[in-house]
Ligand binder design. Structure first.
Ligand code: AMP
Ligand code: MG
Length: 339
């Protein structure tokens, strides 16, 4: 099967494929998603096969308006907190978890009694959901375990021949996956950090917890609130090592460990001082730009076949920095060297 490459004028073709139970890579503002009709269990099962995704890792359901939650009878109740968050951050990079109804196929919720829902802001994503006339289940459109795709080319690199089509809508603006917050029980809790920061959520809701798995490795055998957090993730083939220390200490350490197989995942201000291959995330402290570039940088490391070791700073946990931290610490298998 050859994968069709569609442009923004061919949204109807993508929608027809989706209506007929096919699987299409679609642009969103976070990362590219691998979409199928969320109400068709057999179609959703194809997503898991194409990605090689473990069946116990549930998918996010994408809608094109807040009212779609009721229209498609997806959840048992809509808490007030959800209405407040939707008003503040939808459409946008925030996923909310609700108690689900039986309208949600078990393939989507992976056996849980909850469903994750997002209303993306990307105009092409909205248009394709509307044209398909059904909510779309869509995880990131990468092979399971590899960095998420932020361009149609990234999707093709992983998925060519494995999916029906990819719809090219340009590079994703946020660059990391959505913030996931559960509203299904007790105090709202962030399960995955993303473009909507913990600070922003607290401004709307007051109290918001951050799940332990955001910053730390889950203990052996512990149950993950968000099953995706337990898998090795976002990893390039090279060995990623995080360094904790001052800017000078970072540069000195990398130069002391220079070699043909070493690459620094660094900032623009480091470029002149580093004596190894470099890939820059952007200017120091510009966490929004770091997030936008992160996955493309990790994929570029893999394209350079000689790179075996990647040295990066331990990111800040402030604002969108927390999302970059969460992805990089997993890419590094939680390995941090204190300088
Ligand atoms: P992806 O966007 O492909 O990275 O995957 C969606 C993320 O949302 C994964 O980390 C899932 O484990 C998480 N997720 C989806 N549905 C649920 C749910 N009902 N409860 C908890 N986490 C969920
Ligand atoms: Mg993913």
């Amino acid at each position: 099967m050859k994968t069709l490459v569609l442009d923004e004028k061919q949204i109807d073709i993508a929608a027809d494929i989706l209506k007929n139970g096919g699987v299409v890579g679609i642009p969103t503002e976070t990362v590219y998603g691998l979409a199928a009709d969320a109400l068709n269990g057999a179609a959703v099962a194809k997503i898991f096969r194409a990605k090689g995704r473990p069946m116990d890792n549930p998918l996010i359901v994408h809608i094109a308006d807040f009212s779609d939650i009721r229209r498609f009878d997806l959840v048992r109740e809509i808490p007030e907190s959800a209405e407040a968050l939707a008003k503040a951050f939808w459409p946008g990079p925030l996923t909310m978890i609700f108690k689900r109804t039986d309208a949600v196929p078990s393939e989507v919720s992976a056996g849980l009694d909850t469903v994750a829902i997002r209303f993306p802001s990307h105009p092409v994503a909205q248009a394709v959901i509307r044209a398909a006339g059904t909510p779309l289940a869509a995880p990131s459109a990468n092979l399971s375990g590899s960095p998420s795709p932020t361009t149609a080319r990234h999707v093709l690199n992983d998925m060519d021949g494995r999916i029906d089509a990819v719809l090219d809508g340009g590079a994703s603006a946020v660059g990391v996956e959505s913030t996931v917050i559960t509203l299904a029980a007790g105090t709202p809790r962030v399960l995955r950090p993303g473009g909507v920061t913990v600070e922003m959520l607290r401004e709307v809701l007051g109290e918001v917890d951050v799940d332990d798995a955001v910053l730390h490795q889950l203990a052996e055998g512990a149950e993950a609130a968000s099953p995706g957090m337990k898998y090795k993730h976002y990893a390039p083939k090279a060995n990623v090592i995080l360094l904790k220390g001052s800017d000078r200490a970072y540069i000195d350490y990398v130069n002391a460990h220079a070699g043909d197989d070493v690459c620094a995942l660094c900032c623009d201000e480091d470029l002149l001082d580093l004596k190894v291959k470099t890939v820059s995330l952007g200017r120091r402290g510009d966490y929004l730009t770091h997030a936008r570039h992160l996955f493309d940088c990790l994929r570029r490391m893999d394209e350079n076949k000689t790179v075996r070791t990647v040295y990066s700073r331990l990111p800040s946990t402030e604002g969108v920095g927390l999302a970059v931290y969460n992805r990089l610490i997993r890419a590094a298998g939680f390995e941090v060297i204190e300088l």
